[in-house]
Design a protein around this ligand. Structure first.
Ligand SMILES: [Cu+2]
Length: 354
């Protein structure tokens, strides 16, 4: 507790000293507080095979369920109506009663057994077909990606291509992609509503899933299992590319980021290595191999920061480095005290990571 207070006091002192710089950062970033995405990822507008299957399934259940509901309610109303309007019957004999009972038993047979068995068989049969289709794609998968849920960001690895990135999955559109899903700390759920059904990510286990995006586009993914303070800010993007563009992306990503060329960026690299950044972050081709936070090798090419929540621009990045806790309270990255020059140098260096 004491240590915490000291560090936040230190931050406050820092903030006071550098207030002009901070406000400049905030002003240059008009998007400082704007979420990266406003539109809701809509499972009712599927853009991938799995989500299409789930939606069709939803409609079947809705239509059958509605038909059964309307039928049962209709019968109920008919009975009530008949009873209200029935005139008292007198002088029933044994034969009448037996006939009445037989009619009741017929209702039980048809309405209580035959109908439900029929309806459930159709729905069950369809669901089995859907489940089988979700199980494996018709064509073999062309890419394997390992995604690991961390509080509160996504580690993304391409084991065959030897690529590591974060909060962004690049995939070829129109091709099935194999996913291996893990969790680092607690249970998360991996869900891109427009592409595939939800699937849990469990610590110590691997769950598998295939996804396919029909068209190139950017699809928003979310964590769909409450995983702590910043659960709602644990998001990612699936960037579906034309297959040729995807293969170019792979080649680009396989190169480590270029050597910084400007004085400022070189200085920034030193700031990065001398402060604690390298203990938590890895950058390909450097001595930074930390595993606690996202790999930063391609940071400058990413669309968003901090779990898909902020647009990746210098203003947001500066704000993040100065005070991650202000932008994402509880995030597992502490604020590093940096002076204005160090911050500018660091921003210049991080801007070369592509
Ligand atoms: Cu989560």
């Amino acid at each position: 507790m004491a240590a915490h207070r000291t560090s936040s006091e230190r931050q406050q002192a820092w903030g006071a000293r550098h207030a002009p710089l901070m406000s400049a950062l905030v002003i240059t970033s008009c998007q400082f507080d704007a979420p990266a995405h406003r539109e809701v990822p809509d499972a009712l507008q599927p853009r991938g095979t799995g989500a299409g299957i789930v939606l069709a399934e939803m409609w079947w259940h809705l239509v059958f369920g509605t038909a059964v509901f309307v039928g049962v309610m209709g019968l109920l109303l008919a009975i009530v109506w008949r009873q209200r309007n029935a005139s008292p019957v007198e002088g029933l004999d044994e034969a009448d009663i037996t006939r009445g009972e037989a009619r009741g038993v017929r209702w039980i047979w048809w309405g209580g057994i035959v109908m439900p068995v029929l309806v459930l068989t159709v729905i069950f049969g369809r669901s089995m077909v859907s489940l089988a289709a979700l199980q494996s794609p018709e064509e073999p998968e062309t890419v394997t990606i390992e995604v690991t849920g961390h509080r509160w960001w996504w580690e993304v690895r391409y084991p065959v291509e030897d690529i590591v990135t974060a909060n962004e999955l690049h995939i070829p559109a129109g091709e099935p992609v194999h996913l291996e899903l893990h969790a680092q700390d607690v249970i998360h759920t991996f869900w891109v509503p427009q592409l595939h059904p939800k699937i849990d990510m469990l610590p110590g286990e691997t769950n598998e899933l295939w996804i396919q995006a029909d068209q190139p586009g950017i699809y928003r993914g979310i964590c769909a299992e409450f995983c702590g303070l910043q659960h709602a800010r644990m998001q990612f993007q699936v960037v579906a590319m034309e297959p040729a563009g995807y293969r170019e992306w792979v080649e680009d990503r396989q190169q480590p980021p270029p050597e910084p060329t400007t004085e400022l960026a070189l200085q920034g690299r030193e700031v990065f290595m001398d402060h604690n950044c390298a203990q938590c972050h890895a950058i390909a081709g450097t001595s930074a191999v930390g595993q606690i936070g996202p790999d930063l090798s391609d940071l400058a090419t990413r669309l968003t920061l901090a779990g898909g929540v902020y647009r990746n621009n210098p203003g947001n990045l500066g704000g993040w480095l100065v005070d991650p806790q202000a932008m994402k309270p509880g995030a597992l990255m502490p604020a590093t005290p940096l002076d204005g020059e160090e911050l500018q140098a660091l921003l210049a260096y991080l801007g070369t990571l592509e």
